[in-house]
Write a protein that binds this ligand. Structure first.
Ligand SMILES: NC(=O)c1ccc[n+]([C@@H]2O[C@H](COP(=O)([O-])OP(=O)(O)OC[C@H]3O[C@@H](n4cnc5c(N)ncnc54)[C@H](OP(=O)(O)O)[C@@H]3O)[C@@H](O)[C@H]2O)c1
Length: 295
């Protein structure tokens, strides 16, 4: 193979609000690589096939002095996330060309890795599309599955409300809930997403930008389970229309910033329900700590 451009997405600037695709990150093609001849020094070279963009990555786009559960992205380096790649060439006896690996990879076409630390060779006996490993069979799917099994205590016939229902976490939760016989109310931010919600079996699907969440829950509730992907107004409405002993699965970041802990609805939650804060990485290790406001 002749030398090729190794396209990379570089972390360029720390954003103050929403990331700006033309400022926060820049696409760079200045690096040239020949995958057939580049020195591997006992490692192996991987071509990235699929790589996920997840909301938590915004938290990594921060000043390194700010502490958090995931490391900050270094400025001037490619951003990174869960990905599937195929091994092109290898000098490591544990890995052979054609192997597919699941790993945290940088956003660049080719990456040279040393060993198997922190990555997994995918057998994929089921013949899944590789994209499934960064979706339903990856971090978002694990978040939905493990947290639901650990905390939802779902019973057939109960009602669950799911926000950001069209996303990878929400849509997995919805499908698990439907398979267990629950009534599912779900919201999303566009008509196209609402149509998708209906296509995966949601009983009451609505656009929270054009329909008030509180009105829907007043009519279709009360709810026994709330899967919270967004916090804010939706959480307030869920608190208002929660049944006694409702379970709240708090998957969204920054919950504490979106609803005041002294608000009437928050006080009502302390009295009547159980709140669980979730961590996907811990869930994947099947050791979710139980952070309950009241048992
Ligand atoms: N705790 C953990 O370990 C863990 C693991 C994975 C994910 N998460 C969290 O789970 C949530 C869902 O993850 P995901 O990957 O499936 O995300 P996602 O659905 O791909 O993206 C988040 C969605 O939230 C909606 N949204 C944004 N701002 C909103 C607002 N103010 N009010 C209502 N909806 C809003 C948007 O959808 P609409 O267009 O429908 O508005 C957006 O697409 C995120 O909060 C993520 O941080 C947590």
């Amino acid at each position: 193979m002749a030398p090729v451009k190794n396209g990379r997405v570089i972390f360029n600037e720390i954003p103050s609000g929403y990331p700006d695709p033309n400022k926060t990150v820049i696409y760079d093609e200045s690096e040239i690589i020949d995958p057939d001849t580049v020195p591997l020094n006992g490692g192996f070279i991987v071509k990235t096939l699929v790589i996920s963009i997840d909301p938590y990555m915004r938290g990594r786009m921060r000043d390194p002095s700010v502490k958090s559960y995931s490391p900050p992205f270094p400025l001037g380096e490619p951003i990174a996330n869960h990905a599937v790649g195929v091994v092109i060439r290898s000098e490591n006896p544990s890995v052979k060309p054609g192997d597919h690996i699941y790993a945290l990879l940088p956003f660049q076409t080719y990456t040279i890795l040393k060993d198997l630390t922190g990555l997994r060779i995918l057998e994929n006996k089921e013949g899944l599309p590789w994209s499934a490993y960064v979706g339903i069979a990856g971090m978002p799917g694990q978040t939905a599955y493990y947290a639901w099994k650990e905390y939802a205590a779902a019973k057939k016939g109960e009602t669950v409300f799911v926000t950001a229902g069209a996303g990878p976490v929400g849509s997995a939760v919805i499908q698990i809930a439907k398979s267990e016989g629950l009534k599912v109310i779900a919201s999303a931010g566009s008509e196209e997403k609402v149509a998708f919600l209906r296509s995966i079996g949601v009983d009451v699907a609505f656009n929270y930008k054009t329909t008030k969440t509180a009105e829907v829950l007043a009519k279709e509730g009360p709810i026994e389970i709330y899967w919270d992907n967004v916090g804010g107004e939706s959480l307030e409405a869920a608190l208002e229309y929660a049944n006694k002993n409702a379970r709240f699965l708090e998957c969204a970041r920054r919950l504490s910033c979106t609803v005041s802990s002294s608000s009437p609805s928050m006080r009502s939650m302390r009295r009547n329900s159980i709140a669980n804060g979730l961590s996907a990485s811990q869930a994947a290790r099947s050791s979710i700590p139980k952070t309950r406001s009241r048992d």
